[in-house]
Design a protein around this ligand. Structure first.
Ligand code: SF4
Length: 346
């Protein structure tokens, strides 16, 4: 009998009960469900590139890219298409199967669309899956991106509807749900998750996962981020989240969204190898690879490869990505520590 069923009617009480299970029981349940759909020794690898950095009109309190806060971040204009494609090519040689491009916009403007469409087409032509995160999307723009060949669109719910107001005031929870609906309507896959460790209550973590799992169709990718506290942002001094609570969040996400990729996302630099391994056991099966995640640090690409090797894990393969290519990427990652800096220029 299958343990993991995709359900869209999770109640608050049920989610709370999962979070309150004894730790070992929770991890065992999550790991058992994980194995029904996925190879537990494989991890999907995505590379993220910031194609336009900083000066964002939104006021997300966790974000160094918001124009509302004074951080050390240098603003950058939209990157040229050729440069983006060059980075995508490099990411592919390092083992990435999906290339995510992020822009610090409230939403993409009409004038940006021809460049964005070209990027999608050219990155896709390399044989990579494409993903973008550009802010809110209208129905029309979602359709345009889908026509250009965009596979995934990332738009996070961030937190529970109740805590959301404390974190962002320039767009509503409903705006986010509308964007996800437009992405779905256009036939693209959805990447949507949230951030924990923002000073929220446990109830907000329950609420976040409940809202993600109860979407009409669960997101194919669910990034779970641990807040990276950046100096100059309103959350720079927020209290740390207990690491076990983070692992529990991963495990509950895995149980509630058994067919989704659960991505161990921002905040991995604060986690040691043991903690990351526990997250993999709890059902995380996707990571970002490269030395920066949009604008915050990410463990060096080669360190990731070495960790996977220690754990007997490997990057998930796609049809066009053979064992030989993995071996080559592993040796090159180990041998060439210089190149990881190229992953992320933003
Ligand atoms: S999270 Fe995105 S929308 Fe919010 S301020 Fe940062 S770049 Fe802008």
């Amino acid at each position: 009998m299958s343990l993991g069923t995709v359900r869209h009617d999770w109640t608050y009480e049920e989610v709370k009960a999962l979070f309150e299970m004894p730790f070992n029981d929770l991890l065992f349940k999550a790991a058992s469900i994980h194995r029904e759909t996925f190879n537990p020794n494989e991890v999907q690898i995505s590379t993220l590139l910031s194609i336009k950095t900083g000066a964002c009109p939104e006021d997300c309190k966790y974000c160094p890219q918001s124009g509302h806060y004074k951080t050390d971040l240098e603003r950058e204009r939209l990157m040229e298409v050729d440069k983006v494609v060059e980075q995508a090519r490099l990411a592919k040689t390092k083992g990435a199967t999906r290339f995510c491009m992020g822009a610090a916009w409230s939403d993409p403007k009409d004038r940006d669309m021809p460049y964005i469409e070209k990027m999608v087409r050219e990155v896709k032509a390399l044989g990579l899956e494409t993903c973008m995160t550009l802010g809110m999307l209208s129905e029309d723009k979602a359709n345009t991106l889908a026509t250009a060949g965009l596979d995934y669109y990332n738009h996070n719910l961030d937190t529970s509807p109740e805590y959301y107001q404390q974190i962002i005031t320039t767009r509503t929870y409903q705006d986010r749900l509308d964007t996800l609906e437009h992405v779905r309507g256009a036939g693209m896959k959805v990447c949507s998750g949230g951030i924990v460790g923002m000073g929220e209550q446990a109830a907000d973590r329950f609420g976040l996962l409940m809202n993600l799992a109860n979407l009409p169709k669960q997101p194919e990718s669910v990034p779970i981020n641990m807040l990276v506290k950046v100096k100059g942002t309103p959350l720079e001094n927020v209290e740390d989240l207990d690491h076990f609570e983070f692992v529990r969040t991963i495990a509950v996400a895995r149980i509630m969204m058994p067919k989704s990729y659960v991505r161990l996302s921002a905040g991995r630099t604060q986690m040691n190898e043991q903690m990351q391994s526990m997250c993999f056991f709890a059902g995380a099966n996707s990571i970002f690879y490269g030395d920066k995640l949009l604008t915050t640090e990410n463990p060096e690409a080669d360190a990731d490869m070495l960790l996977l090797k220690k754990l007997g894990m490997r990057p998930e393969t796609r049809e066009d990505y053979s064992d030989e290519a993995y071996e080559a990427s592993l040796s090159s990652a180990i041998a060439d520590k210089q190149t990881s800096e190229l992953f992320y220029e933003a």
